[in-house]
Design a protein around this ligand. Structure first.
Ligand SMILES: Nc1ncnc2c1ncn2[C@@H]1O[C@H](COP(=O)(O)OP(=O)(O)OP(=O)(O)O)[C@@H](O)[C@H]1O
Length: 246
C-alpha cells in the first residue's frame, strides 16, 4: 500500500567561506509497507528518521525518488484522502494548541459541531476519563496529553499512522501503558503504521518488522520474530546493547 522508492535527501550545511555544502541525510531508501503492517524504523539520533517521516507525510520533497501511497505520490494521496494519514509526534506539548480544551483538540480534524457522543467514545478508546474533556493541556500529565494526541490521530479512522517517537519522552511505566494502548488500537482499527523509535524494546512489542537506519541507509529489514538473527553489524550492535543493559 505504501512504497518508498530510491529516496535521496540532503540538506545544505552552512560552512565557513561562501560555499554551502550539501549534507546527505537519506541515501537510496527503498522499502514497502503492506496494508495492515506495523513497521518500525530504528536508528540513532540524527540518522534521518524524522526526515523520512516528513517525506512520507508529504511535508517535504525528496531530492530524487518518491513515496507512493496506493500508486499516488504521498502529497497527492494525502490531499485526496483528508484525515486518512495521521501522525503522533514525540513532543505532545507543542503538538497541541495550549488555549484549546481537550474536546477541541480531539475535534481538530473532525470539525464536528455536535460531537459529544463521538468525543466520549474516543476518550474511552484511549482510556481517559470524560471529566478531562473540559480541561486545558497544562492541566494534564504528559501521559494523558499523549493519549489526547492519540485520540485526535485516530478520530478520523486513519488508514495510515506515523508514530514519530510517540512514547520516547514519557517515563518508562507510562511508556508501557501507551504501548499497551497502541497494541489495543492496532488490533481494533487494523491501520498500517510506521513506528519511528531509537530503541528496540518499544518496537519489538508492537511491530511486525523492523528496519534499521544507519548513516542514511536502511542496512537491514527483519521480521520481528527473527530479531535475534539479524545479519548486519549495526543491527547486531543495537541488539547487543539492549540485551546487555536491560
Ligand atoms: N530542515 C533541516 N535543515 C537542515 N538540516 C536538517 C534539517 N532537518 C534535519 N536536518 C539534519 O538531518 C539529520 C537527520 O535529522 P533527523 O531529525 O531526520 O534525524 P533523527 O534520526 O530523526 O534524529 P532524532 O532521533 O534525534 O530525532 C541531522 O543531522 C539534522 O541536523
Amino acid at each position: 500500500m505504501l512504497e518508498v522508492n530510491h529516496v535521496y535527501k540532503s540538506y545544505s550545511k552552512t560552512s565557513t567561506g561562501f560555499r554551502k555544502k550539501s549534507m546527505p541525510v537519506l541515501m537510496d531508501i527503498t522499502f514497502p509497507i503492506n496494508k495492515g503492517e506495523w513497521v518500525a524504523l530504528v536508528g540513532e539520533s540524527g540518522s534521518g528518521k524524522s526526515t523520512l517521516s516528513r517525506l512520507m507525510l508529504g511535508l517535504e520533497k525528496a531530492d530524487s525518488g518518491n513515496v507512493l501511497i496506493e500508486g499516488k505520490t504521498a502529497a497527492k494521496w494525502i490531499k485526496e484522502n483528508r484525515g486518512k494519514m495521521s501522525v503522533v509526534f514525540q513532543d505532545y506539548t507543542s503538538s497541541v494548541n495550549p488555549s484549546f480544551k481537550v474536546k477541541d483538540i480531539i475535534n481538530e480534524s473532525l470539525k464536528l459541531t455536535n460531537h459529544s457522543k463521538i468525543m466520549e467514545s474516543l476518550m474511552e478508546k484511549v482510556d481517559l476519563p470524560l471529566s478531562l474533556l473540559d480541561r486545558y493541556p497544562h492541566e494534564l500529565s504528559g501521559g494523558q496529553l499523549q493519549r489526547v494526541c492519540i485520540a485526535r490521530a485516530i478520530s478520523t479512522n486513519p488508514t495510515f499512522l506515523v508514530l514519530d517517537e510517540a512514547v520516547s519522552s514519557l517515563d518508562v511505566p507510562i511508556q508501557a501503558q501507551i504501548l499497551e494502548l497502541l497494541h489495543k488500537l492496532k488490533k481494533e482499527f487494523g491501520m498500517t503504521c510506521l513506528f519511528i523509535a531509537h530503541d528496540l524494546q518499544t518496537v519489538a512489542y508492537l511491530c511486525d518488522a523492523v528496519m534499521f537506519l544507519h548513516e542514511g541507509k536502511i542496512v537491514e529489514r527483519v521480521e520481528t520474530e527473527n530479531l535475534a538473527n539479524v545479519q548486519s553489524e549495526y543491527a547486531k550492535r543495537l541488539l547487543n546493547s539492549v540485551i546487555r543493559f536491560s
